[in-house]
Design a binder for this molecule. Structure first.
Ligand code: ZN
Length: 139
C-alpha cells in the first residue's frame, strides 16, 4: 500500500472566506502515485471546514449569507462560548454546519468527482495561520 500525507497552510485576509483547494489536492494525488484508493481532506481547526460543492461565485456568496443569518458574528454577547474571552462562537457553529472533512475516491490516478464537484476550504475565523490535512492511501 502507498500513502502520502500533506499539510496545506492558510492565513486568510478576511474573517470568513472560501478557497478552492481542488488543484492542491489533485497535485498531492499525483505525487502519491496512488492509482486506486482514497483521499481524505480535513480542516485541522474547529473554526474552519472542508466541503465539496460548485465553484460558482454566487453560490459561495449564498453560503456566506446563509451562515451569517444562521449564526451571526455580532452581537458577540449572544454566544455562551464567547464568555471564555474568545469572540468566535459563530465560527464554531458555521464550521460544524459546513463539515470537517471530505473523502474522495481515487480511480485510475484521478479524484473521482461527480459533475461540478470541487473541494473548498471554508474559513470562519481567519487572519491567523491554519492547516488542512491531506491523507492519501491506496495502491
Ligand atoms: Zn472558540
Amino acid at each position: 500500500m502507498k500513502s502520502r500525507t500533506e499539510y496545506l497552510e492558510f492565513n486568510t485576509g478576511k474573517r470568513v472566506d472560501f478557497i478552492n483547494i481542488t488543484d492542491d489536492v489533485e497535485e498531492a494525488v499525483r505525487k502519491s502515485g496512488v492509482r486506486e484508493g482514497f483521499c481524505l481532506v480535513n480542516a485541522m481547526h474547529i473554526t474552519a471546514s472542508v466541503f465539496i460543492n460548485d465553484a460558482e461565485e454566487g453560490l459561495l456568496q449564498d453560503f456566506a449569507k446563509w451562515l451569517e443569518a444562521l449564526a451571526p458574528h455580532e452581537p458577540t454577547t449572544r454566544y455562551e462560548h464567547n464568555l471564555t474571552g474568545e469572540v468566535n462562537g459563530d465560527a464554531h457553529i458555521k464550521r460544524t454546519v459546513m463539515g470537517r472533512e471530505v473523502v474522495v475516491a481515487i480511480t485510475r490516478g484521478e479524484l473521482d468527482f461527480g459533475p461540478w464537484e470541487q473541494i473548498y476550504y471554508g474559513e470562519f475565523d481567519g487572519r491567523r495561520p491554519k492547516r488542512v490535512l491531506v491523507k492519501i492511501i491506496g495502491e
